[in-house]
Design a protein around this ligand. Structure first.
Ligand code: NAD
Ligand code: DAU
Length: 354
């Protein structure tokens, strides 16, 4: 079987759903269930014999040891993280704990387990670490996209904690020979994304008649990738990735934030017109910028395309259309997570920002 940490989050749950559809191999989801972890994402597989769940924190070393010794995985995929840049600015402590100490714990437990495996299993075992393009820092408009050899230059507590975790993974391969592969991906979007991130936040706020907050002047650029394309890339890296290597994953879809917001508004105008006949564009509001806001991310995905034969199936237009449709069809999913805690977060992050 394989282990997936953080499988109740956005990308982890999409990965598990995708995995169970395609493979007849059990997956154990190890998740602490923070505000971002939601077992409702996995409702469709909860009774599937190939799906198992353990509510365990990456900080619980003994708990992790027990799980590897009991289930003897052939691979461990580490998705678990604190993942929201704005939250890392308000409170970096959890990011240091989960992203750095948690990854360290997982590596320690994995190394101890892996080192006593029989030779054949030892050789085929994999530790796959899911990381981000934010570790490379920020690009100017004319800079070449990030490649795997771009020096790390993280700018937020989130990206610094992810960079640390990447370095630990690298060190465990180099020092102990642990068979690791790391992926560094750009901005994901799609079903089950918590509505604190730009795309689901804008869809949700638009439908609720609320402001659509755009940081600064909306000219910051992100590369966007449909989440299932990212999951397919991770699977390929797991099966075919070269040991100790990192693979950049991106959609060749650079967009200014303002373009993303405008496209969501005009799509919603067609699919769910406002009762008053006005456009959702009228809800846009420019707010105080994110401190240290990275200007531009762009990914050169040549290595994974050439070496592993990966190509995204969706472009931004098709992926965004699917995503918007999913949120329109799943308003109760959003309704269920927009709890007291979520409202507290909105007050903290957006209160007084306008
Ligand atoms: P998410 O915030 O939606 O989910 C994170 C999951 O990890 C949650 O289920 C949470 O409960 C769990 N978790 C958090 N702390 C934990 C701990 N201490 N122990 C066990 N579980 C814990 O995140 P996501 O957007 O799905 O991102 C998943 C991974 O992909 C992260 O490592 C992130 O850095 C990386 N990534 C995300 C994006 C993106 O655009 N979302 C892009 C590139 C890389
Ligand atoms: O690049 C990969 C990263 O993408 C992942 O590692 C992170 O886990 C993920 O959260 C994401 O980080 P970003 O900071 O780019 O994503 P976010 O959705 O928070 O913001 C996208 C852009 O939109 C960014 O330039 C900030 C801006 N923004 C965001 C929010 C929440 C706004 O203008 N308004 C908002 O309300």
């Amino acid at each position: 079987m394989i282990f997936v940490t953080g499988g109740a989050g956005f990308i982890g749950s999409n990965f598990i759903l995708n995995w169970i559809k395609k493979h007849n191999e059990p997956v154990l989801n190890i998740d602490k269930l923070t505000y971002a972890g939601n077992l409702e994402n996995l409702k469709s597989v909860e009774n599937n014999p190939n799906y198992l769940f353990a509510k365990t924190d990456l900080l619980d070393l003994a708990g992790l040891e027990k799980l590897v010794n009991e289930h003897k995985p052939r691979a461990i995929l580490n998705f678990a993280a604190e993942s929201h840049v704005d939250r890392s600015i308000h409170g970096p402590g959890d990011f240091i704990q989960t992203n750095i100490v948690g990854t360290f714990n997982l590596l320690q437990v994995t190394k101890d387990y892996w080192s006593q495996l029989p030779d054949v299993e030892k050789k085929s075992f994999r530790f796959l670490h899911v990381s981000t393009d934010e570790v490379y820092g920020s690009l100017e408009l004319n800079d070449a996209p990030f490649s795997e050899t771009t020096p790390y230059a993280p700018n937020s507590p989130y990206s610094a904690s992810k960079a640390s975790s990447d370095h630990l993974v690298r060190a465990y391969h180099h020092t102990y020979g642990l068979p690791t592969v790391t992926t560094n991906c750009s901005n994901n979007y799609g079903p089950y994304q918590f509505p604190e991130k730009l795309i689901p936040l804008v869809i949700h706020n638009a439908l609720k008649g609320k402001d659509l907050p755009i940081y600064g002047d909306g000219s910051n650029i992100r590369d966007w990738l449909y989440v299932v394309d990212h999951c397919d890339a991770i699977e390929l890296a797991l099966e075919k990735g070269r040991l100790g290597e990192t693979y950049n994953v991106g959609g060749w879809n650079e967009k200014k934030n303002i373009e993303v917001v405008d496209t969501i508004c005009t799509t919603l105008d067609k699919l769910r017109p406002r009762a008053d006949g006005k456009s959702y564009l009228t809800q846009k509001v420019f707010v105080k910028d994110r401190p240290g806001h990275d200007k531009r991310y762009a990914i050169d995905a040549t290595k994974i395309e050439k070496e592993l034969g990966w190509k995204p199936a969706e472009n931004f237009e098709t992926g965004l259309a699917k995503t918007i449709k999913w949120y329109l069809d799943n308003e109760t999913w959003v309704g269920n997570i927009v709890s007291g805690n979520y409202r507290e977060w909105l007050d903290k992050n957006y209160g007084g920002r306008r």
